[in-house]
Design a binder for this molecule. Structure first.
Ligand code: 261
Length: 405
């Protein structure tokens, strides 16, 4: 590619990517599906076909964590392990997330708590539903499942928000050095707070194992009388406290935002709750909450879409962009519950595909079922328009709705 052809890519800023990566990636998909983007110091992969190809080819590609993610979580997460190490980690992470296990606890875990929050707001008539309902339902469900029942929802929300700002602090200068340091330091403070909160719980579960995720992580697969090293558990606790607590809430808010833009679709979904899973699937495709976080590194010299990548080159897979690829979807920028079903990449693909696909989808479904049942006359609040934000993680920052009480 000529220098002039790539000048626009050199001019891409982190600020633009966070505000709206879609127009930039639409052009990347057409002109440069594998491109080095200086603002993020990495090659990005924009098309669905190339993202899928890389996730299927573990001979050519290993999984790593994004540099800002590694700075945030440290070494040893399920996100940056490969082969046998990864398989062993998934062996203690996956069992409580399997559909049969989830079905046994999901109703009691989510529905009563969702109802309680709705009872407290149903007479108000106008709220930011992201802050008042979706984020609390999301963190309560997964936080309680982990065993963090004594940690207030507001604390859990502050934890995921601060960890997400650190993980998403990806901007680098021309030497590949991070431009901003404050988000990492704020993340470090949160991790200290998490350890101070969780250490006493680990002490408890060491002696009194129970059904919570973290208790299982301590004990499962360990010889009698031994518990898993905390240094192995903590990085994965951070992974869950960010992604697993934030993303169900993102998908709830995104799905409702899509429905509010299409009042006819909203009305149909409220009249027929069996359409809710379709709406959620479309919301998850439309704005992938983990928009750009999966990184692979070439095990050997690779040629990809005409670009030569030497061994050791890292590529960032843009699942949010893959989900708007016209090779799979017509009018991909439009939210449409009636579109033909095509597997999207929001939960990733290959060996690292999301372990929480079933759990997360069930949490989102129950939250929306309860909302539409309790407040069936939802309208957008014309005084506030939702603003989507984020490149690494993406979703509406708020969603103001109103209704007749
Ligand atoms: C539970 C999944 O969490 C994550 C996934 C990707 C990046 C950061 C995360 O916390």
């Amino acid at each position: 590619m000529t220098v002039s052809a790539t000048r626009w890519i050199e001019a891409i800023t982190m600020e633009e990517l966070n505000r709206d990566p879609n127009p930039i990636y639409e052009r990347l998909r057409r002109e440069a599906p594998v491109a080095f983007v200086p603002a993020v110091g990495m090659h990005v992969v924009a098309t669905r076909e190339l993202c899928l190809q890389i996730t299927q080819d573990s001979e050519a590609w290993s999984t790593v964590i994004a540099p800002s993610g590694g700075r945030t979580f440290g070494k040893g997460t399920v996100l940056d392990s490969n082969g046998e190490t990864h398989r062993k980690l998934r062996e203690w992470i996956d069992p409580q997330l399997r559909p049969t296990a989830v079905d046994s606890y999901i109703e009691a875990l989510v529905r009563p708590g969702a109802r309680t929050i709705l009872e407290a707001i149903e007479e108000i008539g106008a709220v930011d539903i992201q802050e008042a309902y979706f984020a609390p339902v999301s963190v309560r469900a997964v936080g309680d499942l982990m065993g963090l029942t004594t940690v207030p929802s507001k604390t859990l929300v502050r934890w995921f928000q601060t960890l997400a700002k650190s993980y998403g602090n990806a901007e680098v200068d021309e030497n590949g050095q991070f431009v901003h340091h404050e988000p990492f330091e704020a993340g470090d403070e949160i991790k200290n707070e998490i350890i101070a909160t969780v250490d006493p719980l680990l002490d408890h579960w060491t002696v009194y194992p129970d059904h919570t995720l973290i208790s299982h992580w301590l004990h499962d697969g360990m010889p009698d009388g031994q518990t898993r090293d905390r240094a192995e558990i903590y990085p994965n606790i951070y992974v869950f406290l960010l992604g697993a607590l934030q993303e169900p809430g993102h998908v709830m808010t995104t799905t409702l935002a899509g429905l509010l833009e299409n009042p006819d679709q909203l009305e149909r979904v409220i009249d027929d709750p069996t359409l809710i899973p379709r709406a959620i699937n479309e919301g998850a495709r439309w704005v992938a909450p983990i928009w750009s976080a999966a990184v692979k590194v070439a095990n050997r010299d690779v040629e990809l879409a005409g670009v030569d990548l030497p061994a050791g080159t890292a590529v960032m897979l843009a699942y949010g962009s893959a989900n708007r690829d016209t090779s799979a979807w017509d009018d991909p920028d439009v939210f449409d519950v009636d579109r033909p079903m095509m597997p999207h990449l929001t939960f990733g693909s290959g060996a690292h595909a999301c372990a929480g696909t079933y759990l997360g989808s069930a949490v989102v479904r129950i939250a929306l079922e309860e909302l539409f049942e309790t407040i069936p006359n939802i309208e957008p609040d014309p005084e506030h328009t939702p603003t989507f934000w984020g490149w690494t993680f993406r979703g509406p920052q708020s969603l103001h709705i109103k209704w007749e009480v």
